[in-house]
Design a protein around this ligand. Sequence first.
Ligand code: PDD
Length: 284
Amino acid sequence: MSRIVYVNGNYVHEEDAKISIFDRGFLFADGVYEVSSVLRGKLIDVEPHLARLRRSLQALEMASPATDKEIKAIQEELIVRNQVEEGMVYLQVTRGVADRTFHYPEGVAPSLVMFTRSYDVIDIPKAKSGISIVTTPDIRWGRRDIKTVGLLAPCMAVMIAKAAGADDAWMFENGYITEGTASNAYIINQEGTLITRHLGTEILHGVTRNIILNLAREENIKIEERPFTVEETYLANEAFFTGATAIVIPVVKIDGKPISDGKPGPVSKRLRKLYFEKILSEIN
Ligand code: PDD
């Protein structure tokens, strides 16, 4: 079935959606994006995602294509038009269309593109089985806190994982895990402390990360926001990652080594459950 997508003011069938070859998103990856999940036909965590969009735009001195209210209205319209019950809305802002030049062109209107995708978010096999990951050097640029569409390095990391027979990758720098290809990374050590990298320019400031850390605090789980090594992951009691579409996914194998007994751990499972309880209670 052809989706209805949004392109610069118009709702069109996906096959009719058009963007210029001179769009700077296409030529320079000069664009930023956000992904928000949809549950029971409702957009979730929309405010923090839009706040991060503002932050990304600001960091790149990129004009905003619309107000938060307008963006949210378009997202909601797409959910209705495509009858999305569970899934996601993707939104992308690029600097706009200009002849190829390295400096930011002046007086150019930004492009705004959005589309939806329907799939199960809550009841997914990966959440029950956990997944396997490999670790691989983080070859991305130095401003990973900006959510840009320049995603070739994480695509390459996923392909490295695939070649090794694993599901996904965690990236490391100077021996320390930065984050997953499209997620924030966590371990729980032998003492039951939840460890995840501190915020900085080395990782994306995950919306789901913030919510999950708050839930962990409410559960009186000890939290350390600090870099952790690849070796620490092998010795962990549990490992998991978070992201807007994954929410919480347990990691059961890292670089071919089973984590603990090789099954999803209780804390990962509990945090995933608590997240959905919180979000679904807010929807109703
Ligand atoms: N990715 N780190 C990276 C590199 C990411 O790309 C993402 C999200 C996250 C998690 O952030 P959040 O909880 O705000 O989704 C961390 C999205 C889902 C994607 O690219 O599809």
